[in-house]
Design a protein around this ligand. Structure first.
Ligand SMILES: [Zn+2]
Ligand SMILES: [Zn+2]
Length: 478
């Protein structure tokens, strides 16, 4: 190492030492930390950090140092240190077992009031095992409102937050307006500080919810001392939809995740409101409790082959059958990060080995998972009329090399080998596929047969004179 590099090394070493936690936590911060560890990491009530008393500080530097040595020695075996390490591990912080700045900063961040660990002590909030609802549909009632938003905004936020979970499970949610129709499973209310369930609201808690069960079970409470909003992403204002979607995860039986991109992460995180806040992990967890939605009742947005598999699209998700006839439902963006949030139509072009996804007046092309340069492009790049605002369904025919693009009750034929639209189109769908009276919502080809989805109806067109009527879940065993 040259002299210059040695100097640089020394300088960075000094910097590193200086950047360390020089400031000792104040008594107030120690109290915050104890409270935090009690609430979220099951610290026992009698455990507390040693306080440095002013007279001792005044006495002699030696005495303070001696105190520090004693504290540090104690910390090695202390529950506090163990709890701090547990918390630091959970949040991916440096695991020091000490109350350093970084740890204190996380403790001040807005979060959910439910514990980060499962234990007997907090069993009123997190029961052992995996509690789940045995009934479906579940009922909910909004008991009161926050002055932060209009009633319509609150109603909409709550409905959408429940819908987040309904999209990935067979669960359905019915709103009831009065106790006359029985006690709802999920009671939703806004409250402040002490509100009668033994779970005080204070900084930095935004809300909490109880796992499935009778009484308080399933109920979700929101701290009205916080500011809720319909859609603003600004400091110290929290999108009710996102907070509620997280809380309803608890209402359905989920506990906290330590992965920051999961909705069930304990700290509040703003995410794109135009798409589902669920990660693949959240979906896996909730489906482990309730299973997948019932495919038979779904109107697919699109169906296509993709590398020898059949892939179905619905809202922000794609579905496929993996080995062992198990069906998986994952966010579209988890596989195609540059895809739109949801799509209208899809097809695979084996000639150029590309996957095309349509949404509105645009089309995206993918090579595997990667977006092709120059995409998304307008539909007119396909030779479709510029006035066209959407494609409802698309399917590629390997035998003819043609791709059929359905829109409303008409279809176009695109020649993949010649890279141009065929003459004489659009044509009425029922001139080629008799019996089809509705709009084709998704289309698929398999073993030389064409399958058209008209809403929940699936028709099979083969050599036979009449189309076959099939169950909507014919291709997906769920
Ligand atoms: Zn939570
Ligand atoms: Zn409460």
């Amino acid at each position: 190492m040259g002299i210059h590099r040695q100097l640089c090394f020394l300088a960075s070493l000094l910097l590193a030492i200086h950047a360390g936690p020089i400031l000792k936590p104040s008594d107030e911060e120690k109290a915050i930390a104890e409270d935090y560890l009690r609430k979220f990491f099951n610290l026992e009530d009698e455990m507390s950090f040693p306080r440095v008393h002013p007279e001792e500080e005044f006495n002699a530097v030696e005495k303070v140092e001696l105190e520090e040595v004693k504290v540090e020695a104690k910390e090695k075996v202390d529950t506090l240190s163990v709890k701090l390490k547990e918390m630091q591990t959970f949040f991916g912080l440096r695991v020091t077992g000490k109350l350093d700045r970084e740890t204190l900063e996380v403790m001040k961040k807005p979060r959910c009031g439910v514990s980060d660990v499962r234990s007997l002590k907090t069993s009123n909030l997190m029961s052992e095992g995996s509690p789940k609802w045995k009934t479906n549909p579940l009922t909910y009632r909004i008991e009161n409102y926050t002055p932060d938003m209009t009633k319509a905004e609150v109603d909409h936020s709550i409905r959408r937050a429940l819908q987040v979970w309904a999209e990935v499970t067979p669960l359905q949610f019915t709103r009831i307006y009065s106790d006359r129709y029985g006690t709802p499973d999920i009671m939703i209310s806004f409250a402040t500080t002490d509100h009668g369930d033994g779970m005080m609201f204070d900084i930095p808690t935004l809300a909490h919810a109880f796992p499935p069960g009778s009484g308080l079970g399933g109920d979700a409470h929101f701290d009205d001392d916080e500011s809720f909003t319909f859609s603003n992403n600004s400091h110290n204002v929290f999108v009710l939809f996102l907070v509620a979607a997280h809380e309803f995860g608890h209402s359905l039986g989920l506990s906290h995740s330590s992965v920051s991109s999961d909705l069930m992460y304990s700290l509040y995180t703003f995410t794109d409101l135009d798409r589902s806040p669920l990660s693949s992990n959240d979906i896996k967890e909730i489906q482990a409790l309730y299973g997948l939605p019932d495919c038979q009742n779904l109107v697919w947005d699109a169906v296509t082959t993709f590398r020898g598999e059949t892939v179905f699209f619905k809202n922000g998700f794609y579905w496929r059958e993996s080995q062992g006839r198990t069906v998986t439902q994952l966010p579209i963006r988890s596989f195609w990060p540059n895809a739109p949030d949801n799509i209208d139509a899809a097809y695979e072009d084996p000639v150029h080995n590309k996957l095309f996804l349509f949404k509105g007046s645009q089309v995206w092309a993918f090579d595997g998972q990667n977006l092709e340069p120059g995409y998304p492009k307008p539909l007119s790049s396909f030779g479709l009329p510029a006035s066209l605002t959407r494609v409802d369904a698309a399917v590629h025919d390997n035998n003819s090399g043609k791709t059929l693009l359905f829109t409303n009750r008409e279809y176009y034929s695109y020649d993949e080998r010649q890279n141009r639209m065929d003459e004489g189109y659009p044509k009425r769908v029922n001139t080629r596929y008799a019996w089809v009276t509705g709009v084709v919502t998704a289309a698929h080809m398999s073993n030389g047969n064409t399958y058209l989805f008209i809403g929940r109806t699936l028709l099979e067109f083969s050599d036979r004179r009449f189309p076959g009527l099939l169950q909507n879940n014919y291709f997906l065993p769920c």
